[in-house]
Write a protein that binds this ligand. Structure first.
Ligand code: MN
Length: 301
């Protein structure tokens, strides 16, 4: 069932929707994107708010494939070990950006750190790659330090793209940005009028106009603003995601972002056959397999 808008419109469209919950690798997640009727915000096409949770084993997701997207893993608490088919083995810690570009094909695992599981609280986001790069080579970046913009009432860490004059050196294939904002009073964020935006609250509670946005909500803001006033009466932390509306129509199923069901069927057949396209991950966890997509080839839904 699609979540219904639960707020009125304030100025250029502001719409607050409730996330769906799901279990991912033993951790409760609140899936803010994708949403029925609005698949992308800029090039952002997926947003899971993971935890906070103190699962026995921590996060445990065996090797699985991706195509046509970048994964952005961002932790508020805890630690996750990233391994991928490029040979990367990288602990992810709070404040560090883990950015994997799938292109034509990559696989990775997300594991509890050795020494046991810990509390996990973070966001996993996907960015749809544009046609100019989506069939290219996979890549991995880890950014241990990121630029910070200090604004009145707000401290903003810029993960990708630029905000308030600070630009991350992380790879971007389209005009989008993402930032982690800590807010403790009224603040005004300078934004690009041609961008659309999403606010996903991790902790606390903020107000945008007359709308209250809490964990488990996604606030969508249409283009047409050059500033974003946010109010917090408790210290609150949120992700601000934005970008130029993504003009390519994407197909998404399981871990694949493509342009057609045929492409997805091929990718899934390749993964199931353990084709070289997706490489191998040196993980102690078993690879994840799921049944083929629900449509019959050729054609699609
Ligand atoms: Mn993944």
């Amino acid at each position: 069932m699609s979540p219904a808008p639960i707020s009125p419109v304030d100025g250029p469209l502001l719409e607050v929707t409730e996330s769906r919950t799901a279990d991912v690798g033993g951790i409760m997640v609140r899936r803010a994107l994708r949403r029925h009727g609005r698949r992308t915000v800029g090039a952002w096409c997926f947003a899971d708010h993971m935890g906070p949770a103190s699962g026995q084993g921590g996060l445990s997701i065996g090797p699985h494939p991706h195509i046509g997207l970048q994964t952005v893993t961002w932790l508020f608490e805890g630690e996750v070990l990233h391994r991928d088919s490029l040979g990367s083995e990288q602990p992810i810690r709070p404040g560090q950006l883990n950015l994997m570009t799938a292109g034509h094909g990559v696989s990775h695992s997300e594991e509890a750190p050795s020494g046991g599981g810990s509390r996990v609280h973070g966001m996993q986001l996907w960015v749809a790659q544009p046609s100019s790069t989506r069939e290219g080579q996979p890549a991995f970046e880890h950014h241990a330090a990121l630029p910070v913009a200090e604004l009145p009432g707000c401290r903003a860490t810029v993960l990708v793209g630029a905000l308030a004059g600070m630009r991350s050196s992380a790879r971007t294939d389209s005009d989008h940005f993402g930032a982690d904002l800590t807010i403790d009073r009224r603040t005004t964020i300078p934004i690009e009028a041609h961008h659309e935006h999403a606010v996903v609250v991790a902790t606390g509670r903020i107000r945008i106009g007359t709308s209250v946005v809490e964990p488990g909500h996604l606030a969508y803001l249409a283009p047409g603003r050059d500033e974003l006033p946010l109010d917090a009466d408790v210290q609150s932390r949120l992700l601000l995601l934005g970008g130029s509306p993504f003009t390519e129509t994407i197909s998404m199923w399981w871990n694949y972002v493509a342009r057609s069901t045929a492409e997805i069927s091929q990718a899934h057949a390749d993964w199931t056959a353990r084709a070289a396209r997706f490489g191998t991950v040196a993980s102690p966890l078993d690879p994840i397999d799921v049944p083929p997509p629900p449509w019959t080839e050729p054609g699609g839904r």
